[in-house]
Design a protein around this ligand. Structure first.
Ligand SMILES: [Zn+2]
Length: 260
């Protein structure tokens, strides 16, 4: 049971958080307000859609006027290949786009960014990279039901139920998350796994178990302390989302598409 006094204190704390978040978001782009010397400032190299040979989207992607509120981590549920080449990475990006457009019927790749097992970072949906560079808006995506207007989705090549990602891939994921946080003014605590919102095993038990480490590494790259609790004040949103039915958007990509 909670006393009225506790309710009041909670309301004040939540209100203060909202105010703090609001003032932080008023700095455009938020990352520029911090020291440019942070490790996150430059960000990792990100290969654009043109760079890996994407098809055109079947219709214009929607650029929303808001910034994302969080990052959601996925795995592609493809084989844990040992081909760490750029050629494989680009083939993966093309295969995901083909699967999402031709099998799922989406207008373009579902997620915003992809990290290959060889640690190449690639743009997913068109315009995701240009919008990230400005730090003001996000592209509407298709990677997590209920979160596509308010989150950045990152697919990590592999299946991480019983294995962890290669160290280089995980480090590059941390670099990418830090850059996204820096550009959009997000705290490192706002990094989640797909399973936090939809009924899915994604991003795999092992990668999901690494998310606290990921948040710490991102906070270190940002030069901030990880003070905000990861599950508060958004736990109720997570609980609501987790109660939804099985996701109709699995990330399974038929391996045959990678053999072309
Ligand atoms: Zn997922």
């Amino acid at each position: 049971m909670t006393s009225p006094a506790q309710h009041t204190r909670r309301a004040v704390v939540t209100g203060a958080f909202a105010l703090a978040a609001g003032s932080a978001l008023s700095l455009l782009p938020a990352g520029r307000a911090r020291a440019a010397a942070t490790a996150a400032a430059a960000g990792p190299e990100i290969v654009s859609c043109a760079g890996w040979g994407a098809r055109a989207a079947s219709e214009s992607v929607v650029v929303l006027s808001n910034r994302p509120e969080r990052i959601i981590v996925h795995h592609t549920a493809t084989l844990n290949v040992t081909d760490y080449s750029q050629q494989r990475a680009f083939a993966l990006a093309r295969a995901i786009q083909t699967y999402h457009m031709d099998a799922q019927g989406w207008i373009d790749t579902g997620q915003h960014f992809t990290v290959s097992r060889g640690a190449y970072v690639m743009e997913g949906r068109h315009s995701s990279l240009a919008e990230l560079r400005t730090g003001r808006r996000q592209v509407r995506a298709a990677h997590c039901v209920g979160q596509n207007n308010v989150s950045i989705g990152i697919e990590n090549e592999g299946t991480y139920m019983t294995e962890e990602p290669p160290a280089a891939q995980f480090a590059k994921l941390a670099d990418l998350c830090a850059y996204i946080c820096d550009q959009y003014g997000l705290p490192a605590s706002e990094i989640y796994g797909h399973r936090d919102f939809n009924s899915t095993s994604c991003p795999g038990d092992r990668l999901y178990a690494q998310l606290p480490t990921l948040r710490k590494q991102v906070a270190a790259r940002l030069g901030t302390s990880l003070t905000e609790p990861a599950s508060d004040p958004f736990q109720h949103l997570i609980d609501e989302a987790a109660a939804h039915a099985l996701s109709p958007y699995p990330e399974y990509v038929p391996e045959r598409l990678l053999l072309r």
